[in-house]
Design a protein around this ligand. Structure first.
Ligand code: BGC
Length: 355
């Protein structure tokens, strides 16, 4: 976006922000007030109070409903908005499924714009489309909270111009480098440091999420880096894309176990859904987590935390869906109130090992 357009868009955004709540539900009938009788005056007072009630329209676009982690996340967005409602402020939250299709999601955002949403919360299908989407939402004067899939700046860091340059656009997420580092550290901290067969190196397979997602890139990179930083020699036997999906995670792990057998000491999965699949493949292959193989995920889904405590998984990392969804909603509310916001909001990951 050129500078002039940007300034105009920002001004428009602020003007619209100031006018947020134009979608008020109840209108007081001022005609009644002019009649002057006591009972009418009383009625008018009540109606004036309710005239202040506002309903904000919130559009939430999720990259795909069929995703364990994003399901927790979106349910919590909805639940948390409900807790913030008062007699005078309501949130009409509409959540749509992008079905992992960027063209479809782009149309959904167009529909949000046409419907005049007061704020949009967006979990992009493809971060490479961030600019196009940010431009159209900002031009429509609607504030935008990006979540979960971080568009990276030219240097591969969090200095994305479309976010930095727009006062009504921000990103809420967790630093995926941290989650990768925690996965690697969990292995490095094991008594055998992941080297089950004692051959002086940790032989692992990596099951990756959607490669366009920085969470997948960083987790892959930083899990291995943490091992190397701990002075451990590593050997990558296989690195494949499971697209965050449990069934794909199971297939990839089963094939790798057939191909590499006992040579596999560690299975790194970029998320818990794929780790659940890998766990099934591991037990089908007659291997035992914690004895002859280690298994790591990210997210800390309830069933995975249970598996960690049972020893069926070596560890996972809490990807705080509650913390992130609450932050996203809190920021959306700030935007609705016309308050200034930061460009980025970060929620910490937490290591999860057997308690
Ligand atoms: C989560 C994955 C999820 C992905 C969706 C990641 O942060 O760890 O489980 O599939 O986000 O973008």
């Amino acid at each position: 976006m050129n500078k002039l357009k940007k300034i105009a868009a920002s001004a428009l955004a602020l003007a619209l922000l100031a006018g947020c709540g134009s979608s008020s539900t109840s209108a007081a009938t001022s005609a009644a007030a002019s009649e002057g009788s006591e009972s009418v005056a009383e009625e008018t007072t009540t109606e004036e109070t309710s005239a202040e009630a506002k309903t904000y329209n919130v559009g939430v676009a999720i990259y795909q409903f069929n995703d364990n982690f994003m399901t927790l996340y979106r349910n919590e967005i909805e639940a948390y908005f409900k807790t913030l409602e008062t007699d005078t402020v309501k949130y009409n939250v509409q959540i749509v499924d992008g079905a992992n299709d960027m063209a479809k999601q782009s149309e959904q955002v167009d529909a949000f714009i046409t419907q005049g949403m007061d704020v949009i919360i967006l979990n992009l299908v493809q971060t490479s489309s961030a600019d196009a989407i940010i431009d159209k939402v900002v031009s429509a004067g609607i504030p935008l909270v990006l979540i979960n899939r971080e568009p990276l700046g030219d240097n591969g860091d969090e200095s994305y111009a479309g976010i930095l340059d727009n006062p009504t656009v921000c990103y809420v997420g967790a630093d995926a480098r941290q989650s990768g580092t925690y996965q690697g550290e969990i292995v490095a901290e094991l008594p055998d440091h992941g080297d089950i067969n004692g051959d002086g190196k940790v032989s692992y397979i990596m099951i990756e999420g959607d490669p366009e997602n920085p969470d997948a890139q960083y987790r892959t990179q930083f899990s291995v880096k943490a091992l190397e930083d701990a002075g451990i020699t590593v050997e990558c036997l296989s690195d494949q894309v499971g697209n965050w999906d449990q069934v794909k995670g199971q297939e990839i792990c089963a094939n790798a176990l057939t191909q590499y057998g006992d040579a596999i000491e560690v299975v790194f999965c970029n998320n818990d859904a794929m780790a659940l699949g890998a766990a099934a493949a591991i037990s089908a292959a007659g291997r035992t987590v914690g004895e002859d193989i280690y298994l790591l995920g990210v997210d800390a889904l309830d069933e995975c935390v249970e598996m960690v405590n049972n020893g069926e998984m070596t560890g996972t990392v809490l990807n705080d869906a509650n913390g992130q969804s609450h932050t996203a909603v809190d920021v959306a509310v700030k935007l609705l109130n016309g308050e200034a916001i930061e460009n980025y909001y970060w929620v910490d990951y937490v290591k999860v090992t057997k308690q």
